[in-house]
Ligand binder design. Structure first.
Ligand SMILES: Cc1cc2nc3c(=O)[nH]c(=O)nc-3n(C[C@H](O)[C@H](O)[C@H](O)COP(=O)(O)OP(=O)(O)OC[C@H]3O[C@@H](n4cnc5c(N)ncnc54)[C@H](O)[C@@H]3O)c2cc1C
Ligand code: SF4
Length: 511
C-alpha cells in the first residue's frame, strides 16, 4: 500500500466528492479516505419505515447537546456523504447574502468574497450536478451568465393547480432547481421515475445527482486515484514547527495507518471537520489545529427549518412533489423589514413520516388520510453566527452547543404563508391555519450544518483564508460547509459544491 500521495481528501460528500472530481484529471496521486462505505442499493432505500422510523441510513453515534443530553444526529456516513439522501434542491445564495445583512436579531456578516467571485463556479456546479430548473421567475434570483443545464421539472396536476393559485394570489412561485437525472421529453432516456421517495431517501435507481454518482464513481477507477472506504481519520499530525500536516492517522479495519501527502483537504462536514481539528490538538496547537483565533468549532449554524402539512378537502395524489419554491418574503414583507426566509415544497409526506409527531395512539387511518390530503412545505430561515453556538470535542465525543436565534422573521414567514394558503381560490383552499401542522426541526436535524471553520481575511476572526487554506498550517485546506461565514436561507449544497470547484481550480493553478 502506498503511504505517500500528492493529495489526501478526507470525506466524499458535497465538498470532498466535488474536489476529488476536479483534481482527478491532474494525474496527481490522490488518496480519498472515507469513513463510510457505498450505501447499499436495496429495497429499503425506498421504504419510509426503514428510512424515517428505523433511521437505517443514519449513524448510530451519540453526541451531546449543551445540557449534556444524548443527541442522535440525523446524519449519515457514506460515499457521497449526506448528498446520498438529500432533496437535491440546488440553490444559489442570493447576491445580498454575500454582504452584510441586517436581520431583526442582528447582523448576518459579510463574506470575504462576493457573489461575483462565485458566479462562474455556480455555473460549473450546476453542470456537474445536472441541475434542472427555469430561470427568470425567482424574484430574488441572482444574475447568471449561463442558463441552467436542464429544463425545470414539471408539476403534477394538484401542484400545478396550487402554483396557478399562488400566482393568482400575487406571489411568484418558481421551479426548485433540482439535481436529478430526468428527461421528461424522452422518458426512455430518463433514469429518474419521479417517485414519492426522494427527499430524505437514497435513490434506488442511482438517478439522483449526488456526490457518489456524479463525482466519485466516475473517477474511482482512474490510475491516480486510491479510494479507501471504512477509513476513519482520527487525527491530523503536524511537523514540529506546527506549520505542515505530516500525517493523517486513519483507522482501517481496526488497524491504525498513517498516510502522508503534500496537501491535505479536509471535508468531513462542518461538525466532523471541526471535531477533527479539535481532537488533533498538539503542543504547537494546544487548543486544536489552526485555532490561535479560538474560532475552530464556533459559529456553528444549521438553519431554522420547519415542515408544514397544509391540509385541504382535495386529495393530493402527487408522487414527486418537490417542484415549487417561493422567495417573495426572503428579504421581508410590507410589515417586517428584515429577512424572513424561503419556502419550498418538500417530498410527499406519508403516514410513516407523521407517526413521530402525532399524538400517541392516533389511528393509522387518520395519519394516512392526513397525508393523502396534505401539500407539504419546507421553510428555511437564516440562523445568525454566534460564538457560543459551537462544536466541542470532550470525553471522546462531539458536543454541540446550540441555541436557536433570529426566530421572529422565520415565525412570521410560517404564519404568513399558512394564512395565504387559507385565502387561495376556493377549489384550492386549505383548511384554517390551526389545522395545518407545522413542526420546527430540532437540533438533531443537522442536515444544513455549516460555519464552524469560517473563511476570512483576518486570522484573528477566521480559521481559513479566502482559498480555504488554514491561516496557520500551509498544506491544510477545508472544502465542506464549514467555511460559510453566514448561512443565508437557501439549501447549502450548491454553494459547497461551487466552492469546492473554486478551491480545486486554485490548487490546480499551483501545480
Ligand atoms: C435529509 C437531508 C436532505 C437534504 N436536502 C438538501 C437539499 O435538498 N439541498 C441541499 O442543498 N442540501 C440538502 N441537504 C444538506 C446536504 O446534504 C449537505 O449540505 C451536504 O451534503 C454537506 O456537504 P459536506 O461536504 O459539507 O458534508 P457531507 O456531505 O456530510 O460529507 C462529509 C463526508 O465526510 C465523511 N467523514 C466524516 N468524518 C470523517 C472522518 N473522520 N474520516 C473520514 N471521513 C469522514 C462522511 O462520511 C461524509 O462522506 C440535505 C441533508 C439531509 C440529511
Ligand atoms: S425521484 Fe428520481 S432521483 Fe429521486 S429517488 Fe425517485 S427516481 Fe431517484
Amino acid at each position: 500500500m502506498l503511504l505517500h500521495y500528492d493529495y489526501i481528501i478526507i470525506g466524499t460528500g458535497a465538498g470532498g466528492g466535488t474536489i476529488a472530481k476536479v483534481l482527478a484529471d491532474t494525474g496527481k496521486s490522490i488518496l480519498i479516505l472515507e469513513r463510510g462505505g457505498f450505501l447499499p442499493q436495496e429495497k429499503e432505500n425506498w421504504d419510509s419505515g426503514a428510512v424515517f422510523q428505523e433511521e437505517r441510513y443514519h449513524t448510530k453515534e451519540v453526541w451531546k447537546d449543551k445540557e449534556g443530553n444524548d443527541l442522535h444526529p440525523g446524519t449519515g456516513y457514506w460515499i457521497g456523504g449526506n448528498t446520498k439522501v438529500y432533496g437535491a434542491a440546488l440553490f444559489r445564495l442570493r447576491e445580498r447574502d454575500f454582504g452584510e445583512l441586517q436581520h431583526c436579531a442582528g447582523i448576518s456578516p459579510s463574506w470575504p468574497l462576493k457573489y461575483d467571485d462565485f458566479e462562474k463556479y455556480y455555473d460549473q456546479a450546476e453542470k456537474l450536478f445536472d441541475v434542472h430548473g427555469k430561470t427568470g421567475e425567482d424574484p430574488t434570483e441572482p444574475f447568471r451568465s449561463e442558463p441552467l443545464p436542464f429544463e425545470g421539472v414539471a408539476d403534477e396536476p394538484r401542484i400545478a393547480d396550487v402554483r396557478t393559485a399562488l400566482k393568482n394570489y400575487g406571489l411568484k412561485p418558481f421551479d426548485i432547481p433540482l439535481g436529478i437525472k430526468l428527461n421528461e421529453r424522452n422518458r426512455v432516456e430518463s433514469l429518474c421515475i419521479k417517485c414519492d421517495t426522494c427527499d430524505g431517501f437514497p435513490c434506488l435507481l442511482h438517478a439522483k445527482a449526488d456526490a457518489d454518482i456524479n463525482c466519485i464513481r466516475p473517477i474511482m477507477h482512474d490510475s491516480n486515484i486510491t479510494l479507501m472506504i471504512d477509513a476513519m481519520v482520527e487525527k491530523l499530525i503536524t511537523n514540529e514547527a506546527g506549520d505542515q500536516i505530516r500525517g493523517v492517522e486513519t483507522v482501517i479495519n481496526g488497524e491504525k495507518i498513517t498516510f502522508t501527502a503534500e496537501t491535505i483537504i479536509v471535508s468531513c462536514g462542518a461538525i466532523n471537520s471541526a471535531a477533527l481539528f479539535l481532537k488533533s490538538a498538539n503542543e504547537k496547537h494546544p487548543n486544536g489545529l489552526a485555532n490561535k483565533s479560538d474560532q475552530v468549532g464556533r459559529n456553528f449554524m444549521k438553519h431554522q427549518s420547519a415542515a408544514m402539512l397544509a391540509i385541504s378537502f382535495t386529495e393530493n395524489p402527487t408522487k414527486f412533489q418537490k417542484t415549487i419554491a417561493l422567495t417573495d418574503f426572503y428579504f421581508g414583507d410590507e410589515d417586517f423589514g428584515f429577512p424572513m426566509g424561503s419556502i419550498q415544497l418538500m417530498g410527499k409526506s406519508n403516514r410513516y413520516m407523521l407517526t413521530d409527531d402525532a399524538p400517541i395512539f392516533t389511528p393509522v387511518k387518520i395519519l394516512s388520510e392526513m397525508a393523502q390530503h396534505s401539500v407539504d412545505w419546507w421553510f428555511t430561515g437564516e440562523d445568525l453566527p454566534d460564538q457560543e453556538n459551537r462544536v466541542m470535542w470532550k470525553d471522546g465525543k462531539i458536543h454541540l452547543n446550540y441555541t436557536i436565534n433570529n426566530e421572529e422573521g422565520f415565525d412570521r414567514l410560517i404564519k404568513k404563508f399558512s394564512k395565504i394558503l387559507t385565502e387561495l381560490e376556493d377549489d384550492i383552499k386549505f383548511l384554517p391555519e390551526n389545522i395545518n401542522i407545522s413542526k420546527k426541526i430540532p437540533l438533531a436535524g443537522v442536515a444544513h450544518q455549516c460555519g464552524t471553520l469560517r473563511f476570512g481575511t483576518d486570522p484573528e476572526t477566521s480559521v481559513l483564508d479566502t482559498n480555504c487554506k488554514t491561516h496557520e498550517i500551509d498544506n491544510l485546506y477545508v472544502v465542506d460547509g464549514s467555511f460559510f461565514p453566514s448561512s443565508g436561507a437557501v439549501n447549502p449544497s450548491l454553494t459547497i459544491i461551487a466552492n469546492a470547484i473554486r478551491v480545486g481550480e486554485h490548487l490546480k493553478s499551483l501545480i
